[in-house]
Design a protein around this ligand. Structure first.
Ligand SMILES: [Ca+2]
Ligand SMILES: [Ca+2]
Ligand SMILES: [Ca+2]
Ligand SMILES: [Ca+2]
Length: 415
């Protein structure tokens, strides 16, 4: 029998863990990142692969995934990506004109659309990939289909003071993004907003977004491309401010996209034609380089994904079955007369550790595995991963609600 616990409210590890506690959660990864001596590094790697703090049969390493161990600040995104076949994984892009797409010749060549397309290619879902939508369209009718989705919240001309509005707050509350990408600072540098003020404003937006979400998202702070009228040193100070915001919070990542443009001499001879004729906005090639820089910095791959579960909660979806039993599988003992003629007395089932009703038949995974009552008083068990256990065309839930119905026997209900 699978291990059964009373249902608890599903929770996410990064929500339960305040910033300080997260250091402990990812202690092994953090130790590796500080490049200790090789002997220490391998010892901590070994420890982390064996540690199973919630005692659910899955190691912390497996539950967090290699990517999150290496890059703990992306935890909310990597966990969401692990669940992408069942749930929407939304990325909200904030910023000014470049985020909005100025300079790009078509929506598909915008930096935002390229980042989203790159993630969709790396992390396919069951449904057709949704194109990036703007804030208004995303909130008018939220797309509930599974997979990676992009929401473009860029507003031209904005600074750190103005790039996050009440409309954005509404969208965050409604859409609950897994990660928020902030490309901000270009206009602040031109307006010579004091660096400390800039830093405080970005940090305040991060905090505000966190307060609007049930599971605080990750944040990616992208240092924009330098503007001609801003000196290299002044520009670097704003980048340093973003880095400080990222260093202060374990869910915030800093990406220096501007450096890639300096390396191509974009503000000099610009041989790769990255900056447009207005000397401000990016060309299609510039948008492509920006997108590549962001994707490369995140270094996300399917291999590094986790089980999509919480290493501090033995039952991430609170359905009464431990994460370990749902991932590894368990035996359901029940005589089932299938329509094909075969009679089965026990079958091995697996269910999703982050979805309470994996097959969507209206009966939770734990009830299907442990047994539930039919209207005639008998108790039966059914396959939590098969909506129609006896394969007679009617779901287990429907048969259980029908007088005379039996989801374990292939026949029409009496009457
Ligand atoms: Ca565990
Ligand atoms: Ca469970
Ligand atoms: Ca079910
Ligand atoms: Ca059936």
């Amino acid at each position: 029998m699978p291990a059964v616990r009373p249902p608890t409210r599903a929770s996410a590890w990064w929500r339960l863990a305040p910033a300080g506690a997260l250091v402990v959660v990812c202690g092994a990864g953090a130790q590796l990142a500080t490049t200790p001596t090789p002997a220490v590094a391998s010892a901590s790697a070994e420890r982390s692969s064996a540690v199973d703090r919630d005692d659910d049969g899955l190691s912390d390493r497996r539950e967090l995934g290699a990517t999150a161990l290496r890059h703990p600040d992306l935890g909310p995104l990597t966990t969401a990506l692990a669940q992408r076949r069942e749930r929407s994984v939304r990325l909200l892009f904030l910023g000014s004109s470049t985020t909005y797409g100025v300079g790009a010749s078509a929506p598909a060549t915008r930096y935002v659309d390229r980042v989203v397309a790159g993630l969709q290619a790396s992390f396919p879902s069951r449904t057709a990939d949704a194109p990036v939508r703007d804030l208004r369209r995303s909130t008018l009718r939220p797309d509930r289909s599974p997979g990676v989705q992009g929401v473009n919240g860029g507003v031209g001309g904005t600074t750190a003071e103005t790039y996050f509005t009440d409309a954005h707050a509404y969208a965050v509350r409604l859409l609950q993004p897994a990660c928020v990408v902030h490309l901000i600072g270009s206009n602040d540098t031109v307006e010579q907003v004091p660096v400390a003020t800039f830093r405080a404003r970005v940090a305040a937006v991060v905090r505000r977004i966190d307060s609007l979400t049930r599971r605080p998202p990750c944040h990616i702070l992208v240092q924009p491309v330098r503007r001609y009228q801003v000196g290299v040193e002044a520009w670097a100070a704003y980048g340093e401010a973003l880095r400080q915001v990222a260093d202060a919070d374990l869910r915030v990542t800093y990406v220096d996209a501007g450096a890639a443009f300096e390396a191509y001499d974009a503000l000099g001879a610009d041989p790769a034609n990255l900056i447009g004729t207005d000397a401000v906005h990016l060309t299609d090639a510039g948008h492509a380089l920006l997108a590549t820089t962001v994707l490369d910095a995140l270094a996300l791959s399917r291999d590094g994904l986790s089980t999509g579960t919480d290493p501090r909660d033995a039952d991430s979806d609170g359905d009464g079955l431990t994460d370990g039993s749902e991932v590894r599988g368990y035996v359901v003992r029940q005589r089932v007369e299938r329509c094909a003629g075969r009679v089965v007395v026990r079958q091995r089932a697996r269910s999703l550790p982050y979805v309470r009703d994996t097959d969507g038949d209206g009966i939770g995974d734990q009830r299907e595995a442990a047994g539930y009552r039919l209207l005639d008083g008998r108790t039966v068990r059914t396959d939590p991963s098969e909506a129609d256990t006896d394969r007679d065309g009617r779901t287990d839930g429907r048969e259980a609600r029908t007088p005379g119905g039996d989801p374990t026997t292939c026949r029409r209900p009496a009457g």
